[in-house]
Write a protein that binds this ligand. Structure first.
Ligand SMILES: [Zn+2]
Length: 315
């Protein structure tokens, strides 16, 4: 059976799959990224994992994978297949496409086609084609994790912007002069509504240093007023960000994923209300939870690999 390698390289773990052309998962595997061993070891782990996946594909289906897709965090140059920078994984200007293509070369020495993608945009692509955005022409994907990242979906692809920073809704300033952000600005959305921001605020409000976003959500459900105040502050900031995006992009659907979205209705019910309350002329988007959870970026990387092959056929 025809298949491609799909690989998502995260800060702590790598998620991989062999993907059929219709997006169905034929095989799945996970491995640690091994960041504690240094950048060279991370790169070696990526190449080894991809090699083993290619071997798995050959063993299961009798043919080599046709291509590979890899999603990585940080700044990337998709066109040239270069992982430009990742603070988390420590690399600079890593020619991942060339490295992987060579390592996975066929017996005649022909490099395997490799697509390199940004992790959140790859996740957004998968949500758009296979998950909560299936059949939706224009959507905004927002991932609420340690930070907040996003992806703009248009007509079955993701708009990366001119410099690869399209969709960075986490750094929209919703509270001018607010908390300092890692990017250097103040009051960015991610300083108020990321899972980390909620964890920090709830730890402070509850006096429990181990309190996190999940325990805040549980306290909200139990009717704790302090938790409600922390939660509503995050929900309001998120609604401000979504309304800003709505005015600019007018998506029909906003897909919300990441750790904080696991709170389910505890998040989505007040969030939908806060968005609706703020709209004036804009048409309300559907605000829905992401469906693919932590495999989204890996699936998206596989879709990028299939897209690469279809482009080669058309070219
Ligand atoms: Zn920022």
């Amino acid at each position: 059976m025809k298949h491609v390698i799909a690989l998502d390289v995260g800060g702590t773990g790598m998620k991989a799959a062999l993907l059929a052309q219709d997006g169905s998962v034929l095989f799945e595997a996970r491995r640690p990224t091994g960041r504690e061993h240094g950048t060279d070891a991370v790169v070696a782990a990526i190449l080894d994992f991809a090699t083993d996946l290619a071997e798995e594909g050959r063993r299961r289906f009798g043919v080599a994978p046709l291509a590979a897709g890899v999603a990585v965090p940080g700044t990337i140059d998709e066109r040239n297949g270069i992982a430009v920078f990742s603070a988390n994984l420590g690399w600079r200007d890593l020619p991942l496409r060339t490295l992987l293509g060579g390592r996975l070369a066929g017996p005649d020495g022909t490099a395997m086609p490799v697509a390199l993608g940004h992790d959140v945009r790859s996740g957004g692509l998968a949500e758009g084609r296979l998950g909560a955005g299936r059949g939706v022409d224009r959507f905004l994907f927002i991932a609420l994790g340690t930070g907040i990242a996003g992806a703009i979906g248009i007509g079955g692809r993701i708009e990366a912007g001119a410099h690869g920073y399209g969709g960075e809704i986490g750094h929209v300033v919703v509270r001018p002069g607010g908390p300092p952000c890692g990017c250097g600005a103040r009051g960015c959305l991610e300083t108020l509504a990321s899972a980390s921001a909620v964890s920090r605020a709830w730890a402070e409000a509850s006096g429990d240093p181990d309190a996190d976003a999940a325990s805040c959500a549980a306290a909200v459900d139990a009717g704790d007023d302090r938790a409600l105040a922390v939660w509503q502050r995050a929900v309001d900031a998120l609604a401000d960000g979504i309304v800003l995006a709505q005015s600019l992009l007018d998506p029909s659907t906003v897909i919300v994923g990441g750790g904080l979205a696991e709170a389910g209705d505890t998040l989505f019910t007040p969030l939908r209300a806060a968005v609706t309350e703020r709209l004036t002329f804009q048409m309300p988007p559907k605000v829905v939870p992401a469906m693919l959870k932590d495999t989204a970026a890996s699936l998206g990387a596989g879709l990028l690999a299939w897209d690469l092959l279809s482009m080669e056929v058309t070219a």
